[in-house]
Design a protein around this ligand. Sequence first.
Ligand SMILES: C[S@@+](CC[C@H](N)C(=O)[O-])C[C@H]1O[C@@H](n2cnc3c(N)ncnc32)[C@H](O)[C@@H]1O
Length: 165
Amino acid sequence: MAKQVNRALDYGNWVSKRLIYTFSILGIVLLALAFLVWVLVNPALLFLVIASYFAYGRYLFSPKGGNVQNRIWESVILNLDWNGEGQALDIGCGNGALTIKLARKFTAARLTGIDYWGKRWEYSKSTCEANAKAEGVNDRVVFQKASALKLPFMVGKIGIIKGEK
Ligand SMILES: C[S@@+](CC[C@H](N)C(=O)[O-])C[C@H]1O[C@@H](n2cnc3c(N)ncnc32)[C@H](O)[C@@H]1O
């Protein structure tokens, strides 16, 4: 019998680890060099402050911190001027959070999430699909690799957040 894996949801974080590591490494290297060339101490400290700022932002966005990301997704869904009839396209879907949350709210809707899943981010199509399966909406949600600059769809109506003209 196949082993059931109870996989945790992974909706990622808008502040990538790569960003934090890059500034931390730059700061540490410059700090080490500052022992030889003391003027490097100022940029070293600046990079370390920037790294700390991003690390704190990542913490605030995460469920373990302020869960800010989730509050933004909920707010977008709450203010979406759509009754769930038909289909919706989530452009730049990341790990599929909005796509999946919409599918959970609108139980008859069909959703497509696209992203180019570049190396700059920690998102992937396979994580989107695993998240959709874990949330029980994989039968109505499709994820596709595509660029916003060359959409493989005919898009009818855009700009559906309440209050926008
Ligand atoms: C800040 S992340 C947000 C992800 C997701 N919407 C969310 O709320 O978690 C931005 C996403 O947009 C995607 N993206 C940026 N430019 C894009 C483009 N031209 N075409 C497709 N995806 C793009 C990135 O790959 C990334 O996954």
